[in-house]
Ligand binder design. Structure first.
Ligand code: HEC
Ligand code: HEC
Ligand code: HEC
Ligand code: HEC
Length: 392
């Protein structure tokens, strides 16, 4: 039984929010692109199944994202205001987050100006396509990406134009969340997935989306620009603090943290996705430097954490993922035991390894709901570790 199946109609009060020049993100646009590229077969009947028709956008991982693709995606952005009309609580929670605040702070930030300068950019941060991909949500206007907010709804849930009407339509006027037919629900969710919506049930897609930004897979941005080489990101701690907005499916519309089962699921999927995206980021390294060292460290850190999960409770898909990674033997340098074994000249071979990890993660997400993973509870972050403060 999936926890997103519970039936609680959303608050009837739909406040209309008028927010000035708020549109949505360039980043999301690319989500769709990666989806197209990384698309796989899907099983649609079960909401627990990882649907892969659309997946996270790989702007920095794919060699080239064409202007046409970016345009197509960004043209489908509806803007956070369009969501806030019905999702007032989620909207209010988002307004308290760093993702929101960055809109009015980042372009004035001295460090940001310094990074941009080192990258040779002369225009402001909000007029720089590279910064736009991760720091803002943009809309396509006058043949360019125009940011309208920090990281907003559609940077995480996908450009909405093709699914906004579909996702809340229970089958006509006489139907609601309680009497929607099972058949209609299946068709509706299938249509949402096809249209590029990222939903709560799709834990792996959610995780990929976070890591696409939070690993910062761009060597020159780090080595030349001096940008941080990714975040110390862990999916439970980073999603259950200030980012949390679990109102809709909560019995009393309170923003509770995810259930224990879901947190376990997020924890394991998050670590596997961290491994995958850290490997992909490392595979892109071309020379020695800060980026290469940081990504190497990322991979080794997450390998250690996955080893710990395995010792607490052996999970076959985690074993499969770990087996795919070439690791050092103890040999004469015991401190290197278990670390990634790779030479600078063969880094690109890690793309295949990351693909294998991805398959294992998909399988894990499809086959688990967290209920059998109580043995890993001592490894999970506690509330005090959550990143930022969750709203009521
Ligand atoms: C006209 C009202 C309305 C608008 C506008 C609206 N939504 Fe929704 N949304 C709903 C309803 C109703 C549901 C519950 C659907 C269900 O029961 O599956 C929902 C559910 C969702 C969910 C949860 C889906 C899941 O299974 O986890 C997400 C995410 C979501 N909406 C995002 C958005 C975003 C982003 C926007 C703006 C682009 C938006 N919505 C605009 C009414 C709306
Ligand atoms: C691949 C995604 C990505 C791109 C592209 C990107 N950033 Fe970031 N940026 C991030 C993330 C994620 C963080 C948060 C890092 C953390 O957790 O510490 C961040 C943090 C920052 C910070 C805060 C650093 C600090 O030390 O506090 C600045 C400033 C910044 N970015 C500027 C820029 C500028 C300027 C550009 C464009 C030249 C840019 N970023 C492009 C993802 C990105
Ligand atoms: C479009 C790119 C993007 C996506 C997608 C994204 N983030 Fe972020 N996130 C950022 C950037 C950039 C910052 C840093 C902003 C700043 O410092 O002004 C950030 C900051 C944060 C912070 C605040 C960090 C702090 O220093 O306290 C949290 C928490 C966070 N993100 C969690 C998440 C989670 C969880 C997801 C996925 C569900 C996610 N993010 C998806 C770009 C993104
Ligand atoms: C940083 C990424 C991120 C941003 C920004 C974001 N969401 Fe979400 N959203 C998520 C994740 C992740 C979940 C699933 C949460 C979980 O399972 O703990 C979710 C769940 C939801 C849900 C269903 C859960 C519920 O109980 O409400 C709705 C509805 C929703 N989001 C709407 C929105 C709207 C509207 C906005 C903009 C105002 C928004 N989201 C902004 C990542 C994001």
């Amino acid at each position: 039984m999936h926890r997103f199946e519970s039936k609680h109609p959303m608050k009837k009060t739909c406040t209309s929010i008028v927010l000035g020049p708020y549109f949505c993100s360039a980043f999301v646009a690319m989500l769709i692109i990666a989806c197209i590229i990384g698309g796989a077969a899907m099983a649609l009947a079960d909401p627990n199944i990882e649907h892969n028709s659309a997946s996270s956008f790989d702007f920095a991982i794919l060699p080239q994202v064409s202007q046409d693709d970016v345009k197509a995606s960004l043209s489908k952005i509806s803007g956070a205001n369009a969501c806030g009309e019905c999702h007032a609580s989620e909207f209010a929670a988002w307004k308290q987050s760093t993702h929101f605040a960055t809109w009015s702070t980042m372009h004035r930030n001295a460090k940001a100006k310094e990074i941009a300068k080192k990258m040779g950019y002369t225009k402001g941060i909000k007029r720089n396509d590279l910064c736009l991909t991760c720091h803002y949500t943009s809309r396509w206007k006058d043949e360019a990406a125009k940011p309208f907010a920090g990281v907003s709804c559609e940077s995480c849930h996908g450009p909405a134009q093709d699914w906004i009407d579909v996702h809340k339509d229970y089958g006509g006027k006489e139907f609601n969340i309680d009497n929607e037919t099972a058949e209609h629900k299946t068709t509706r969710l299938e249509a949402c997935d096809k249209a590029g919506m990222l939903r709560s049930a799709q834990v792996y897609r959610i995780a990929k989306n976070c890591y696409t930004c939070h690993t910062v897979p761009n060597e020159s941005l780090v080595n030349v620009g001096g940008h941080p080489a990714g975040s110390a990101f862990e999916l439970v701690a980073w999603s259950q603090g200030e980012v949390r907005h679990n109102y809709f499916y909560s019995p009393d519309q309170k923003n509770r943290q995810a259930t224990a089962d879901r947190r376990r699921l997020l924890f394991v999927v998050g670590h596997l996705t961290d491994l995958e995206f850290s490997l992909r980021a490392l595979a892109k390294a071309e020379k020695k430097g800060k980026y290469l060292s940081a990504m190497m460290r990322r991979v080794n850190n997450v390998l250690k954490k996955l080893d710990k999960i395995q010792s607490a409770h052996s999970i076959s898909q985690v074993a499969t993922a770990l087996t795919a990674v070439p690791r050092r033997e103890a040999g004469d340098k015991p401190q290197h035991a278990g670390k990634l074994k790779i030479s600078l000249s063969s880094l690109t071979s890690l793309i295949d390894v990351a693909d294998a990890v991805s398959q294992a993660t998909k399988a894990f997400a499809n086959q688990h709901d967290g209920s059998d993973l109580a043995a890993i509870d001592s490894l999970l972050p506690i509330v005090a570790d959550y990143r930022g403060v969750a709203q009521n």
